[in-house]
Design a protein around this ligand. Structure first.
Ligand SMILES: *[C@@H]1O[C@H](CO)[C@@H](O)[C@H](O)[C@H]1NC(C)=O
Length: 214
């Protein structure tokens, strides 16, 4: 256990990674905050506060539709559920709630939006005028934690709390989701794609260490 803590601490220091928490539907149809400034390697953790919502990545030019490679949390409803993604760069990322007309009602947000041009305000206006809306069929591009599964300090690593259940989100067109039944999750698909190169290796190393220690 000591070794695990040391490894996790080392990983967090090595990548100076920050977790940014975004509340979903804490006050009506909102993401709070709806504009997040974050660095490469940072985690954005969307915490669902109730209701039946999603967080779904969209392209700026198509506000209420998913992009092929991005993320989709799936529909939630559990107050303790969260969905975490890790930034592989600081390019602007736009997202929306894919529930019925929530996008057109302005339930959108952005990570690292520019202050001119493709701003969050411009995206929101376009969303409210969007004629089409669509929803992916199953989650991808992030890690879902249910019932107190906490995001650890290691990039992409999710540590389950006592008795919690954590499932890795699916990869679009890739492998099926794996329910790990309370053991350590294996990030798949874009969750790992976000963890490129050495970062992914370190994270997998931590999972390996966990497997040896537990
Ligand atoms: C959440 O919303 C989706 C899409 O409208 C629906 O398919 C699903 O049944 C809902 N889930 C619950 C628990 O109401």
């Amino acid at each position: 256990m000591q070794l695990l803590l040391t490894l996790v601490t080392f990983a967090s220091m090595a990548f100076a990674q920050t977790v940014h928490t975004v509340s979903v539907a804490s006050t009506g149809l909102t993401f709070t905050p709806d504009s997040i400034t974050a660095k490469t390697g940072d985690t954005i953790r969307f915490v669902f506060k109730g209701g039946n919502h999603t967080v779904t990545q969209a392209a700026f030019n198509s506000p209420c539709n998913p992009i092929t490679k991005g993320f989709f949390s799936g529909f939630t409803g559990s107050k303790s559920e969260s969905f975490s993604i890790i930034l592989e760069n600081t390019n602007p990322i736009y997202f929306y709630c894919a529930q019925s007309t929530h996008c057109q009602l302005g339930m959108v947000g952005a990570i690292n939006p520019p202050s001119t041009g493709n701003t969050l305000a411009a995206f929101k206006t376009a969303a409210m005028n969007a004629r089409t809306q669509s929803t992916p069929s199953s989650p991808y591009g992030g890690v879902i934690s249910v019932q107190g599964g906490a995001v650890s300090t290691a990039p992409g690593a999710v540590q389950s709390g006592g008795g919690s259940t954590t499932a890795a989100a699916t990869n679009p067109g890739g492998k099926a989701a794996t329910s790990t039944g309370g053991s350590q999750p294996k990030p798949t698909g874009n969750g790992v794609a976000a963890l490129t190169g050495d970062v992914a290796k370190v994270v997998m190393g931590i999972f390996g260490a966990v497997a040896l220690i537990v």
